[in-house]
Design a protein around this ligand. Sequence first.
Ligand code: FCB
Length: 453
Amino acid sequence: MIQFKTLFILLLALGWTLPIPVLGFTPDFKFCVATAAHQIEGGNFNSDWDRWEQTPGKIKQGHTARVATDSWNHLDEDVAHMKDLGIDLYRFSVEWAKIEPAPGQYRMDEIIRYRDLVRRLRAEGIESMVTLHHFTLPKWVADRGGWDWSGIPEAFENYVTRVTGVLGPDVSFWVTINEPMTVIAGGYVSDVFPPAKNNLGLIALPMANMLRAHARAYHAIHRALDADDFLPKVGFAHHLRNFDPARRSNPLDRYLARKFDEVFNWALPLATLDGRLRWNVPFLTRSKVFIPEAIGTQDFFGLNYYSRDRLRLTPFKAPFIQRETSRGADTTELGWELYPAGMSRLLYQIRSRFPGMEIHLTENGLADADDTQRIPFIREHLAVLEKHIRDGAPIRSYCHWTLNDNFEWAEGYTAHFGFYSMEPGTLRRIPRPSALWFGEMTRSVRQTGRIPQ
Ligand code: FCB
């Protein structure tokens, strides 16, 4: 007769060889919405963007963020809506220009306001992911050269130290800088963001300073908050795009797509592996700098994913570089191509370049006032995540951009990314059908581990 012990060992052995079912969305997966201070709060008068918005022609229809969604005065409503959406994590940013409106002058009341928000969310069962820089700088920093200023890494570290000292261990996730490459593309390569340099040849210095600032912030947060029973997680939120040639077999287009991928997508993230910030686009831009303090400064990979660009290079015809969408592709209200498969492509690349690193979808969303595309959009992107998670990828959260229609930078209020639209004048939040769907979806995923059909 077979002994119990033998049977047990046999079963264990079988257990090892039988595939263990992996749930797509385990109970610790976090659903999230993302916002940014300047886009929702209003009253950010000491920031470079406030000045920028006064410059004629910079923002569609002359809109400004002076009122935005007036978020502080609608907090009860917004938190109630987060509960309706069933989110476990709220990604928001704290505003440097409000916290340090003049060099070395810190406004404790502003920092405490954020601390109270974090505590309130926690009481409601919602964790916080706090972004420390989301596109805006204090005017005084911009006046000293912004990301070109050699003092910015230290100034950023000082500000971060103040904030983390007060918000402390109530925050589990810190994003140091949101989309560094969007700041570079908008403010240095083109002129849709301040400081509007419009010169690709100038990107190396601000990129190096961003990496230095990030590294200082990373170490400052860990120095201040690491404890035996608590380890905060710190990273960037990188905007990665799919760059594909407009003409599939055209060598110029292919070269261009490769170079965009090298500089826009990977130069900064890869520099956190070996400290080397490097790229080379002959005759136009190159970098070869070693920033050792940046090594190992990503506890997670924050991915903001939206779309793809098809690139066309015409060396003898201005504007030389053109960004296009795929022929026949569906696009959003802003003309961005709908391309969920692109998120999968990027996730494979992240997983191979940063093996084992925890991944957070720190932003994903679309401008869709009519709300006809949002539900399929989210469903398709979540299906991509589910596939990767089943395949073993450590993807921990999905943040949808965004809660309410808000101030969308150069687009002003003309782009509608919210689960809730805004009633003009009253700023009352009105749920779009996708908000109701998202709430039902998160509840059902929690019960079944699957996205409902
Ligand atoms: C991202 C930004 C965010 C928002 C969305 C639509 O690039 O991080 O602030 O504007 O795009």
